[in-house]
Design a protein around this ligand. Sequence first.
Ligand code: ZN
Length: 254
Amino acid sequence: MYVIYISLFIIGIILGSFYNVVGLRLPKNESIISPGSHCVNCNHKLNWYELIPVFSYIFLHGKCRTCKQKISWQYPLIELLTGVLFVISFLLFGINYDTLISLVLVSIVITTFISDCKYMVILDEVLIIASILLLILLYFQGGLIYTFRHLLSGLLLFSTMLLIKVVGDHAFKQESLGWGDVKLSAVAGILLGFKLGTIYIFLGAVLALPYAIYQTIRQKNSMIPFGPFLVLSMIIIFWNSGLFLKFINILMGV
Ligand SMILES: [Zn+2]
């Protein structure tokens, strides 16, 4: 078992380091392959021992080896977080398709946090690849009809969010929801199914509310990225789906 935990942690921090590149470069239409990893200050090209996730940061004392410019702590934090969330996924679900689904979900969460917080963008590339992976995993987990039901839930959740966006845009006379949030909800529907999907929208809004109020009071930019709250809602619900399903059944009087 320890071998699985350690492997998942290592795969997690390596992928986390890749997600940093994806989340920071793709929204700017930059290639994720070239130029290779370099210092953003002096362009010094990183050697192999400066590219080891988390450990290089510690070993370099958080500074570029050439120009001594501080490296953002967000890099190792994202790497570490991905590793930890991968391990938690296996802790929660064990040897099960749900673990693999959870790994895809963690990847959506991490990349969306980076790109939406920094650029207010949720990447199509991430959503498309994640959807395909989820559909394949769902097929292996529950067969064709099961997969089709989840796909339909994705469409329903997409339509629901689109409706909220159209009404919201009209009511507030400005963009209320981003297109990224609407598209992300299709993936949430595929992942969660329709029952849990409806809760996902509510929970996302509840999670975002305190931050939205805080930003309004500070009279700062009224546009806040909604994506991070939506993906947070997704992972909370998926990781506790048994609990949430019980809750829905009580609400519906089953
Ligand atoms: Zn440098």
